[in-house]
Write a protein that binds this ligand. Structure first.
Ligand code: ADP
Length: 266
């Protein structure tokens, strides 16, 4: 598993990540959900080895990662704009890490074919990447990240550049793909629907700190503060006797919320 213990990252006077302790079990997906500027990307970059820690420890499968360079961590990173190589075909983009590892041509072609099936783009291997739609490009970026068989997949706002309806569809597909491949992943996002759809667990981050962490359904059912409730999409927040009346009258929700679940009261 991935373990972060009291991790702090500072930029001069700004504490971007403030004393964060988190664990991600293998085979699960954790979403770090928070507004822009709360420190999500810095946290992800620290896990990837792209940002040094000012304090704390990050360990993977029991090994302290201090001093382990990014390319030796066995993690894959996927960004908002897939950052595909524009002059290479879809197949060559996906096969990039396999080629680096010296995997032979026949095995590369086979793996590219499997991955294109997995991400819902069979037959796309020869396409040039600039001819793809935004959603297709993100699917190819995902296939490229998975090609390396990463121990851990780090996703930085992977769907943010897409329009809303496409985002919803791709979020559902992403969940399916991650769970069918048993991929361990950390997703950072400012979009609560995306976090609820894709992740098993959720950590809500505000101003550099994790203010609540738990199973996604549990965070949704019982946000710990008014700030968390607002951020995860509650529109009306009741307190005092009004809240007690509503709580007494409401059945306990039993389903995981989805993008279409109305969230009105707390
Ligand atoms: P998020 O991903 O949640 O939008 P970031 O991790 O990008 O947040 O940024 C968190 C804070 O750290 C912000 O105040 C941002 O301005 C600051 N920050 C991020 N990267 C740097 C950097 N390289 N140098 C200085 N400040 C930075």
């Amino acid at each position: 598993m991935l373990e972060l213990t009291e991790v702090t990252v500072r930029f001069g006077a700004t504490t971007a990540v403030d004393d964060v302790t988190l664990a991600v079990q293998e085979g699960t997906v954790l979403a770090v959900l928070g507004p822009s500027g709360c420190g999500k990307s810095t946290l992800l970059r620290a896990v990837a080895g792209l940002e040094p820690l000012d304090a704390g420890r990050i360990a993977w499968r029991g090994q302290d990662l201090r001093g382990v360079p990014t390319h030796e961590r066995g993690f894959a990173l996927m960004f908002q704009d897939g950052q595909l190589f524009p002059h290479a075909s879809v197949g060559d983009n996906i096969a990039y890490s396999l080629r680096l590892r010296g995997v032979g041509r026949a095995a590369r072609v086979r793996r590219v074919h499997e991955l294109l099936e997995l991400v819902g783009l069979p037959g796309y291997a020869e396409r040039r990447t600039p001819t793809l739609s935004g959603g297709e490009q993100q699917r190819v970026a995902l296939a490229r990240s998975l090609a390396a068989d990463p121990g851990l997949l780090l996703l930085d706002e992977p769907l943010s550049a897409l329009d809303r309806s496409l985002r919803g569809r791709l979020a559902g597909d992403l969940r399916e793909i991650l769970s069918s491949t048993g991929t361990t992943a950390v997703l950072v996002t400012h979009d609560h629907d995306e976090a609820f759809t894709i992740a098993d667990r959720m950590a809500v981050m505000l101003a550099g700190r994790i203010v609540q962490e738990g199973d996604t359904a549990q965070v949704w059912r019982a946000p710990v503060t008014r700030e968390v409730a607002s951020f995860i999409g509650f529109e009306t927040i009741l307190t005092g006797s009004a809240a007690s009346t509503v709580l007494r009258a409401s059945p306990t929700p039993t389903t995981t919320p989805t993008a279409s679940t109305p969230r009105r009261a707390f």
